[in-house]
Design a protein around this ligand. Structure first.
Ligand code: 5GP
Ligand code: MG
Length: 181
C-alpha cells in the first residue's frame, strides 16, 4: 500500500471505506425510491473521492453539482465564517438536495451551507458525511447518512488534505502531529 513518511497511522483502509459506502448507497437508494430526481451537492475539494465512489453506487436518478467552500483560518473559524469560493451551476429551488461532505468537525461548514440552500427554497435537504470527529456535535445539524466516527485528530487522504497534500491517498490516515504543529 502506498504510504508516506508524514503518515502516523491508517485509520480507514480502502476496503473498509468502500464497504461502508456500499451500505450508505443502499440506504440512500432505498430512502429516495419515491423521488423523481435527486440533486447531489458535493463539497470541494475534500469530498471529491467520496462523491465519486458513492455515486457509482447510486441507482436512482440524480444529477451532481459542486460547490467549493473556503477552509477557515484560525480566526474565521472562531467567528464561524465560511466563504463560497465556487457556487453551484444549477438552481436548487424545489430540488431534493443531498449534501455530500468529507468531515464533520465543528459542524459550522454544514450549518452555513444548509442556511444557504434553505434560503434558495429546496424541496428537501439531507446530509451524507463520510466522517465525524469523535465527541463533536452541533445541535443545529443532523447527519442523515454517516460513514464513520473517527478520533479527533488531523486526517488526510481519500480527498482530505493538509496544505493541499496527501489528498489522493486511497485511505484515510492520521497525520503525524509534528507535521502540522
Ligand atoms: P467544520 O466546519 O465541521 O468544523 O469542518 C469541516 C471542514 O473542515 C471539512 O469540510 C474539512 O474540509 C475541514 N476539516 C476538519 N477536520 C479535518 C481534518 O482532520 N482533516 C482535513 N483534511 N480537513 C478537515
Ligand atoms: Mg471541506
Amino acid at each position: 500500500m502506498r504510504s508516506h513518511p508524514d503518515i502516523k497511522k491508517i485509520l480507514l483502509d480502502e476496503n473498509t471505506i468502500l464497504n461502508r459506502i456500499d451500505k450508505l448507497a443502499e440506504q440512500i437508494n432505498d430512502d429516495y425510491t419515491d423521488i423523481e430526481n435527486i440533486m447531489i451537492v458535493s463539497i470541494l475539494k475534500g469530498a471529491f473521492m467520496f462523491t465519486s465512489d458513492l455515486l457509482k453506487r447510486i441507482t436512482i436518478p440524480h444529477i451532481v453539482d459542486f460547490m467549493a467552500l473556503s477552509t477557515y483560518g484560525a480566526e474565521s473559524r472562531a467567528s464561524g465564517e465560511v466563504r463560497v469560493i465556487m457556487d453551484l451551476r444549477h438552481p436548487v429551488q424545489n430540488q431534493h438536495v443531498l449534501i455530500v461532505e468529507d468531515i464533520f468537525d465543528s459542524g459550522l461548514t454544514l450549518q452555513f451551507l444548509e442556511r444557504i440552500l434553505q434560503s434558495r427554497n429546496v424541496a428537501s435537504l439531507k446530509t451524507c458525511v463520510l466522517t465525524q470527529k469523535e465527541g463533536k456535535k452541533n445541535p443545529e445539524i443532523k447527519i442523515d447518512y454517516l460513514g464513520f466516527t473517527i478520533p479527533d485528530v488531523w486526517v488526510v487522504g481519500y480527498g482530505l488534505d493538509y496544505a493541499d497534500k496527501h489528498r489522493t491517498l486511497p485511505y484515510i490516515a492520521e497525520l503525524k502531529p509534528e507535521v502540522y504543529h
